[in-house]
Design a binder for this molecule. Structure first.
Ligand code: UDX
Length: 445
């Protein structure tokens, strides 16, 4: 919404939320999320044509176009629990729009939703009396965290789905006109509403599938003399495959991938497509397997006991350049390490608050230390769990000196110079590459 306000100075954009503290935070100098470049855009637009307001009902009344971006978490109860999307917030919002509208509106699905959600929403909205009508569009968002501003300013594509009726097409054109202010027309694609809804789930499923594919091969590399970076490079240089999203690691996290794949799996099962459902579910299973493998590697390499050992977690966010920890592999790995009675020191430049929130109530010793050097001092092992650039630039000589020997380094993102760290004295365990250990092979089983 900030980018729309920035690119379209003649549009007035108002953001509302049921959480008043969040709205206050958006109106303050400390924004509630960390996203590179966002603060600058907000400063340029806030109070001019971008507003954050608490009065949801009034804003529904006064605006012509409503983007609905409420959360659609995985259902935790009833039919489809653990798989299907929980649509209660969406439905409540649709009812609220219906109750507070005194004029016709375009309602745009921005949240990622299961196919045919628009239909359910239309059924509610079409209860409207008199001359008021609602046109529902699907306009899924493809931005990634950490690069959101760039993704929004230069998107690969903007997708707008609508009914192919006269009023559906007219509503679609209104939204096309907004994006056309800054997105080249060949990148604005239109489709029917179901294709738009499904495309978002499938786009995320394909991306996650690439990560699981390369991670599955990393396991094979560790058993052979192959190196996953070399394999990824050779495979990715085929222009039909492409080089992006082939970085092996401890698995994908984030609020989207797992949720959207499980949603896709549920849809396939619902329509009786068991084989298709199983195929996509395996992407999530490999992701869990990768985290278990990483954990088993730590335990096995450190002589099968972690009790009382200090392990420094470098990075808790699910990826670099964000403070977001939702579904971060770090949560699972930290819990597993604590279950082995390891003492955990967590370091992250942006995610410590969220990390503490994720680990509320866990048993064991957890400390939060922002400075990576202080965090690592006195530890038996380092585990790099987020690909923050700052970890590439650390002075590992200084860190090595401050650690308990033998010092272990588990690079869950393959971002540091393994040979250099090995030469400094570390026992180094990358992903999908041979371990560099100072122990004799028989002691390293
Ligand atoms: C994703 C999609 O990219 C975006 O289009 C969609 O709108 C929302 O979901 P996001 O969750 O922000 O975006 O992060 P993304 O960059 O896709 O990374 C997801 C996870 O995969 C991260 O944990 C990342 O570390 C991991 N990843 C990504 C890898 O392990 N290897 C890779 O090569 C790429």
């Amino acid at each position: 919404m900030a980018i729309i306000a920035y690119k379209c100075p003649d549009c007035e954009v108002t953001v509302v939320d049921i959480n008043p503290e969040r709205i206050d935070a958006w109106n303050s100098n400390e924004l509630p999320v960390y996203e590179p470049g966002l603060d600058k855009i907000i400063k340029k637009t806030r109070g001019k044509n971008l507003f954050f307001a608490r009065d949801i009902e009034k804003q529904i009344k006064e605006n012509d176009i409503i983007f609905v971006s409420v959360n659609t978490p995985t259902k935790t109860f009833g039919t489809g629990a653990g798989m299907a999307a929980d649509l209660q917030y969406w439905e409540k919002t649709a009812r609220q729009i219906l109750e507070n509208s005194q004029s016709s509106k375009i309602v745009i699905e921005k949240s990622t939703l299961p196919v045919k959600t628009a239909l359910a929403m239309e059924k509610i909205l079409n209860l409207a009396k008199g001359k008021i009508r609602f046109d529902v569009l699907s306009n899924p968002e493809f931005l990634a965290e950490g690069t959101a501003i760039e993704d929004l300013e230069n998107p690969d594509r903007v997708l707008i789905g609508s009914h192919e009726t006269r009023s559906g097409l007219k509503a679609r054109q209104e939204l096309v006109d907004i994006y056309s202010r800054w997105v080249p027309s060949e990148k604005i694609i239109t489709s029917n509403i179901w294709s738009a809804e499904l495309s978002k789930l499938v786009a995320n499923a394909f991306l996650a599938q690439r990560v699981s594919s390369i991670n599955s091969i990393s396991a094979l590399c560790e058993k052979t003399d192959a190196d996953i970076s070399e394999v990824a490079k050779a495979v990715g240089m085929d222009s039909r495959v492409g080089s992006k999203f082939l970085q092996a690691g401890i698995g994908f996290g984030g609020s989207c991938f797992k949720k959207d794949i499980l949603n896709l799996v549920y849809l396939c099962s619902y329509y009786g497509l068991k084989e298709v459902a199983d195929y996509w579910e395996s992407v999530v299973k490999i992701n869990e397997y990768q985290q278990d493998r990483f954990m088993a590697n730590i335990l096995g390499s450190m002589f099968n006991t972690l009790a009382g050992k200090k392990i420094c977690i470098l990075g808790f966010a699910f990826k670099a350049n964000t403070g977001d920890t939702r579904e971060s592999p770090a949560i699972y790995i930290t819990r597993k390490l604590l279950a082995e009675h390891a003492e955990i020191i967590i370091s992250d430049p942006k995610a410590l608050k969220n990390a503490a929130f994720d680990l509320v109530g866990v048993k064991g010793s957890v400390k939060y230390v922002e400075d990576p050097y202080s965090a690592a001092a006195g530890c038996h092992a380092l585990a790099i769990l987020t690909d923050w650039d700052l970890y590439r630039k650390l002075d590992f000589r200084k860190i090595y000196k401050s650690m308990v020997k033998p010092a272990f380094l588990f690079d869950g993102r393959n971002i540091i110079d393994h040979k250099k760290c090995f030469a400094l004295g570390f026992n180094v365990y990358p992903i999908g590459k041979p371990a560099l250990s100072h122990f004799q092979p028989e002691n390293n089983s």
